[in-house]
Design a protein around this ligand. Structure first.
Ligand code: NAG
Ligand code: NAG
Ligand code: NAG
Ligand code: NAG
Ligand code: NAG
Ligand code: NAG
Ligand code: NAG
Ligand code: NAG
Ligand code: NAG
Ligand code: NAG
Ligand code: NAG
Length: 759
């Protein structure tokens, strides 16, 4: 489910030093919730109001006219574009020169930033909007849901179209290529007597080309079919919408649709104000800049935060019992405590009576459910589902992860641990070795275990170091090698590995299987000796819509690689042939700019006095200053980088993000399926086991690869036995506080951009 949410939530217990980075889910430019925003159109807005200026005309003026929006101050060009944060993006080398398995064009992010900087300094941008849009589009060209920057000009409003807001992409029978329709037209009903009229063109261009072109500019997914699926609402992705229907970028003053029967409809677009955006007194581009962009101006400092600054959930306020059924889904046999993301079902009907379905639309909590409550409830929900499935004699399992953009890594591993308790969980990732990362690693590791802070600042810095989810990857004793050896010195961790002429840390894995006082992964501590697997791998299928990202990819690859579990993909572009099953961001952890910046500050504070001046003057100082944050729509979620590459056991050279993973079969959504997940699940059963030949789209059947090889570098890791990790070993290596190794459940964020960090 795509929605707004807190970016970082922290456990209330300060001693549990887990940075619960909440996974935010990917949305390409979805409009703000109707309740939290107002809509203005030229016809309904009084001319006397300053808000009248925020009409499509004004917005386009801001977008296009140098006089409406001031030119870029050189300071921004120089400071904002220092690529200090971008240095941490783990995929730069592959983006510049991707392997053949990558489906999208290459992009040189650092070169592109240099270009933008040069153009800005030379006065080559007509407006602030053009300049900021250039940055956003460059970063979006990485098509990486963990890599985003949302600068401040986009704080005030977003653009939309009602006419294009209800378009769906559906097939007559799941096999014929889909066409585009308005969602509610009566002729889509299964009992309809005449054929529905499809949309063939948007703004005078072939509709499929039009949508695909906008996706290639604005989507954070790295596959054209997963990009396609994000554009349409489904039961698991109710907020899906075309770029032209909801975007932070201006998409023209009107939308015109052309239909199969030659008819045309045209409608003006609108700008939707972010809630809290105060347009009072704004009469010029200069005023706009000072209110929303210029961090030095008082007006800007006084401007209320935009609607996207959802505060982090603290403790839950007596939630009460959830509804028995999750909206849009059938009656479950088990469901979660209120996140509306995890639920289990037994299929009805002949041929399906041995099938259980586990629907997991996210690995993160939503609403006011806190992280620990979510994880504990997720564990219980899955456990109850499996035991009920076993009692009811269910033999086959559909795991529906459509629209699952990720969440807590530990939730993905927990699900795997319950499904296949006997199988070791492979993990290998690395971080790009930027100079500032090396400084952070070295300085953190050099702080003596008995260090006593003498000032409040030092105390705060120590706290930040202990609670930051980035340091968990850099602290000796917090990570192990993929084959289970604890990395006990900083030199082992940052010992450089060269890939694609770029430098990375040693391959590492975060041990999640150490007992902890607040949560034990199934198989560890109090949850040792779990029940045996209920389903055998050949009776399990993963259902995706291609957008499976982050934690969802880590979870899926465990099943795909280690157990040869089958996958089915639903939807995609109107063409036959195969489709990728896993094509959301495939990185292992997202780092918010704000986390990097506060870590840089803390490390400078704790560095030897003699080093501080030099550190402040270098990359670390730029990160600490965080100008890019101040220029974000919201400093806490201004931007993010993919901090960690994830690798498959078969390939230590190319991150998963750049590999192609086809589903074993594909079918299209029919109109009925969009609101009846049980039809999708039945179809998944038919396409997987009943008669793939008849139920898979032509040319989409791909055999399961039964002969996967293991990269020699990773050979040992798949052979190691469980429970090799002794917490005492880890704590002995701890340099700062004994609580360091409590990071047993390190949370890694997944998913793509949220409303907050859409790019
Ligand atoms: C809006 O107000 C301006 C002056 O403030 C005036 O020139 C313009 O004609 C008005 N437009 C309409 C549509 O009333
Ligand atoms: C920089 O801009 C030039 C001129 O527009 C273009 O040819 C070149 O490809 C750009 N380089 C990058 C790395 O974006
Ligand atoms: C189709 O079925 C719906 C209810 O399922 C009903 O409301 C509608 O009248 C039917 N339409 C026709 C043309 O039979
Ligand atoms: C909006 O801005 C005006 C001018 O700065 C100020 O007087 C007013 O109080 C602000 N309104 C709100 C709701 O903040
Ligand atoms: C199975 O049928 C029952 C009774 O009609 C219904 O309540 C339930 O939602 C159905 N479950 C599924 C998964 O379709
Ligand atoms: C879950 O769904 C219920 C309605 O069934 C809704 O009231 C609640 O707000 C939803 N919770 C979240 C976190 O979306
Ligand atoms: C995890 O297991 C350990 C060791 O058995 C136990 O002390 C601890 O209480 C358990 N944690 C939870 C949350 O049950
Ligand atoms: C601190 O300064 C010393 C002396 O110049 C130098 O050897 C050391 O590398 C510096 N440490 C860091 C983290 O910059
Ligand atoms: C199966 O996977 C291995 C990597 O594990 C790869 O080298 C091989 O080409 C794949 N085989 C097929 C038929 O795709
Ligand atoms: C790993 O185990 C497999 C069989 O289980 C064995 O063939 C292989 O030699 C082992 N590899 C190493 C490096 O021990
Ligand atoms: C502790 O770590 C060392 C080095 O990795 C390893 O040799 C030793 O077996 C570990 N001890 C325990 C008790 O796991």
């Amino acid at each position: 489910m795509r929605r707004e949410g807190p970016v970082i939530a922290e456990l209330s217990n300060p001693f549990t030093r887990i940075a619960w980075c909440l996974l935010t889910i990917t949305i390409a430019f979805v409009s703000a919730a109707p309740t939290s925003s107002q809509q203005f159109t030229p016809t309904t807005t009084p001319n006397s109001s300053a808000c009248a200026r925020i009409s499509p005309a004004t917005a386009s003026l801001l977008a296009a006219s140098p006089s409406a929006s001031p030119t870029v101050p050189a300071s921004l060009a120089i400071e904002c574009l220092q690529s200090a944060f971008v240095e941490w993006q783990s995929t730069l080398a592959w983006l510049k020169d991707p392997p053949a398995s990558y489906m999208l064009p290459p992009v040189d992010i650092q070169g592109g930033l240099d270009n933008i900087s040069a153009t800005a300094t030379a006065g080559g941008f007509a407006s602030e909007y053009d300049f900021q849009l250039a940055i956003v589009q460059l970063i979006t060209a990485a098509h990486d849901g963990h890599f985003s920057y949302r600068p401040d000009i986009f704080k005030a409003f977003r653009f939309g179209s009602d006419l294009a807001s209800d378009i769906i992409s559906v097939s007559k029978d799941g096999l014929e290529v889909p066409k585009l329709y308005h969602k509610d037209i009566a002729d889509l009903a299964s009992n309809a007597t005449k054929a529905p009229i499809a949309i063939t063109e948007i703004n005078g261009r072939d509709a499929v080309t039009f949508i695909s072109d906008l996706n290639s500019k604005f989507s954070v997914y790295q596959d054209p079919d997963s990009q396609w699926n994000t554009q349409f609402a489904t039961y698991a992705n109710p907020d899906g919408a075309l770029v032209v229907a909801a975007s932070i970028a201006y998409q023209g003053s009107s939308v015109t649709l052309t239909y199969e029967d030659g008819q045309q409809k045209s409608e003006d677009t609108f700008a939707r104000l972010s809630s809290g955006a105060n347009f009072s007194g704004i009469n010029s581009g200069e005023d706009f800049y000072n209110r929303f962009c210029n961090p030095e101006s008082e007006a800007s400092a006084a401007a209320p935060a935009s609607s996207t600054t959802t505060p982090a959930a603290t403790s839950s306020a007596a939630p009460g019992l959830p509804e028995p059924t999750i909206s849009g889904y059938p009656i479950p046999v088990v469901r979660d405590s209120g996140s509306n993301t995890t639920s289990g079902y037994f299929l009805n009907g002949t041929g399906y009576d041995d099938v259980a379905v586990l629907s997991v639309s996210s690995f993160a909590p939503s609403g006011n459910i806190n992280s620990l409550e979510y994880l504990t409830n997720f564990q219980d929900t899955v456990e109850s589902f499996l035991s009920q499935s076993s009692e009811a004699g269910k033999k086959r399992l559909v795991i529906d992860v459509t629209a699952n953009g990720g969440g807590f890594v530990v939730a993905g591993y927990e699900l795997f641990a319950q499904l296949f308790p006997d199988v070791e969980q492979f993990g290998a990732s690395n971080l790009r070795l930027s100079d500032s990362l090396v400084d952070i690693a070295r300085i953190s590791a050099s702080i003596p275990a008995n260090f006593q802070p003498t000032t409040v600042n030092e105390q705060l810095a120590l706290q930040i170091l202990a609670q930051n989810s980035i340091t968990t990857n850099l602290i000796p004793g917090g990570v192990e090698s993929p084959d289970g050896e604890m990395l006990t010195t900083v030199n082992e961790i940052i010992s450089p590995v060269t890939l694609k002429n770029d430098r990375f840390t040693a391959y590492q894995n975060t041990p999640l299987d150490m007992p902890a006082s607040d949560f034990n992964l199934t198989g560890t501590g109090s949850r040792s000796n779990p029940p045996a697997a209920v389903f055998s791998p050949e009776n399990v299928v993963i259902l995706t819509d291609g957008t499976c990202g982050s934690t969802c990819t880590l979870f899926s690859y465990l099943l795909l690689f280690q157990l040869n579990v089958k996958t089915v993909a639903v939807g995609g572009r109107p063409q036959t042939g195969p489709m990728q099953s896993i094509a959301g961001v495939e990185g292992a952890q997202v780092f918010q700019f704000s986390e990097v910046s506060s870590l840089a500050n803390a490390v400078i504070e704790l560095a030897p006095q003699a080093n501080q001046t030099a550190l402040l003057a270098g990359q670390l100082g730029i990160l600490a200053d965080g100008y890019a944050l101040k220029r974000g729509i919201n400093p806490e979620s201004a931007g993010a980088i993919n901090g960690k590459n994830a690798f498959s056991p078969s390939d230590s050279q190319t991150p998963l993000q750049f590999l192609y993973e086809p589903a074993n079969c594909r079918f299209f959504y029919t109109a009925d399926m969009l609101s009846k997940p049980e039809l999708v699940w039945q179809r998944t059963v038919d396409a997987t086991w009943t008669d793939p030949q008849s139920f898979c789209v032509q040319g989409s059947q791909m055999a399961v690869n039964q002969t996967k090889t293991v990269d020699p570098l990773f050979q040992l890791s798949l052979n190691r036995t469980k429970a090799a990790n002794n917490p005492e070993n880890a704590s002995a290596a701890t340099t700062i506080t004994p609580s360091y190794w409590l990071i047993s459940v390190s949370l890694v964020l997944v998913g793509g951009a949220s409303l907050l960090s859409c790019l």
